[in-house]
Design a protein around this ligand. Structure first.
Ligand SMILES: *Cc1c(COP(=O)(O)O)cnc(C)c1O
Length: 419
């Protein structure tokens, strides 16, 4: 079931008042739900010493959200200079930050170095020579290639641009050691939005096998393995949640067996984005136009600048019409934005109760990879973000973009080059 019942109960009755006060459209996030998910994750892995979640900043890069993650003891997974800045602004220091970039630039390495001891997660053997000063602790992102199959969002590992190939991994660690690395971690990220916990268990089994081989070959010891993010959420009403308790239990057994064989065990890290915040946000938008041609179109005041996933991946986001129950009167409609692209649709041929102009539509599960993925094509602006706080107050946590923001990069010192 998308969007928890609790969140619906907390949020839906307040939406008309919130929409009247702040205007539409907006994304709104539920602090209580985010904290519940975080605490449940920690609780599930409480039998795994040193377990830590590094929140994937790209999912919901808002300072107020990062503050919440920080207060739960989580670190941050960053992959750009702006994300490093956000993590540092949230108070993250040193090994609270994992820098997982790919196709990394010198400027990014410099920014990571300036963070003072964040965990560098290198994406390729060729990058070893490009790190300005090799830190003591180094991690590589592992790509198993034909040894594993990915899932549909992230694709087949052989075709993925990420990570160090299996046959290069030992040389990569050797090269890092030659430059001074003394502490080690191994990372991978093979699936996205995966609700079958067994897939993640197999990923941990694989990481433990790989570090076993590398440890033996190089006489080193791994401090941690990072199984990546990618825990899925139910976007469709008939879908079920991933069984995190089963995941934690089976992973703990693998780690225990490793400890019995070797007398030591790496810490377990994760870097979820979607699982942490996805179900705890909605996009609220108002129906402004209805047109009946070959199909019925419900035009709303948000467009794909606020939420790309349906247009980009054909992703399903459940939609409620506030105050109207789904039932026998439902009719199939396309819910559309105003962008001049025919894939600017939040839903296609979706049965919805009769929608009148002025109705509020609640598009579910926009708490991760929602606002953050937005763009400005066609001069469309990104909406505001709100937080329903634990104390019941609603806080503006990002203002809506303005035309002046859109024009900002057109204001610059004139420059001409004669060629
Ligand atoms: C995007 C990303 C994540 C988060 O993915 P989710 O599906 O949101 O959990 C984690 N790690 C890396 C390296 C990523 O690129």
């Amino acid at each position: 079931m998308p969007l928890s019942h609790d969140c619906r109960r907390r949020l839906f009755p307040k939406l008309p008042q919130i929409a009247a006060a702040f205007g539409t459209p907006f994304h709104i996030y539920d602090e209580t739900g985010i904290r519940q998910t975080g605490e449940e994750l920690k609780q599930a892995f409480s039998g795994t010493p040193g377990f830590r979640e590094y929140f994937a900043v790209k999912a919901l890069p808002n300072p107020r959200i990062l503050d919440i993650m920080k207060s739960m003891g989580f670190g941050f997974d960053c992959s750009s200079i702006a994300e490093l800045d956000l993590a540092r602004a949230a108070g993250a220091r040193g090994e609270d930050i994992m820098f997982t970039s790919n196709n990394t630039s010198c400027a990014e390495f410099d920014a990571a170095a300036a963070c003072g001891g964040c965990i560098l997660n290198l994406d390729d053997i060729s990058l070893v020579g490009k790190v300005p000063a090799m830190p003591e602790l180094i991690c590589f992102r592992y790509n198993p290639g034909p040894l594993r199959t990915g899932n549909s969002i992230i694709g087949n590992p052989v075709e993925a641009k990420y990570g160090v190939a299996d046959h290069q991994l030992q040389d990569a660690f050797r090269a890092a050691m030659a430059r001074g690395a003394r502490r080690f971690g191994l990372h991978t990220m093979l699936v996205s939005n995966e609700r079958n916990h067994r897939y993640m268990v197999e990923t941990v089994r694989m990481l433990l096998q790989v570090i076993e081989q590398v440890q033996q070959a190089l006489s080193i010891r791994f401090e941690f393995i990072n199984m990546g993010g990618g825990l899925g959420i139910p976007y469709r009403p008939e879908e079920t949640s991933i069984d995190v308790a089963a995941l934690a239990g089976e992973v703990a057994a693998l780690l225990q067996a490793f400890e019995e064989r070797h007398g030591h065990v790496p810490r377990l890290y994760m870097e979820n984005g979607r699982y942490m915040t996805g179900p705890h946000g909605v996009l609220v938008t108002r129906a402004i136009n209805r047109k009946d041609i070959y199909r019925t179109y419900i035009g709303v005041d948000a467009c794909m600048s606020a939420l790309m996933r349906p247009g980009m991946y054909g992703a399903y986001h459940h939609i409620d019409v506030l105050g109207k129950e789904s039932g026998a009167a439902d009719l199939p409609v396309d819910v559309v934005g105003s962008l001049c692209e025919n894939n600017d649709k939040f839903a296609v041929q979706r049965p919805l109760p009769p929608v009148a102009n002025g109705d509020l539509l609640v598009i579910h599960d926009t708490g991760a990879h929602g606002h953050a993925m937005g763009f400005n094509y066609n001069g469309k602006l990104r909406p505001q973000e709100l937080l329903l706080r634990q104390d019941g107050q609603v806080e503006l946590i990002r203002r809506a973009e303005t035309v002046a923001d859109y024009m900002a990069t057109l204001s610059f010192e004139p420059r001409l080059l004669r060629v």
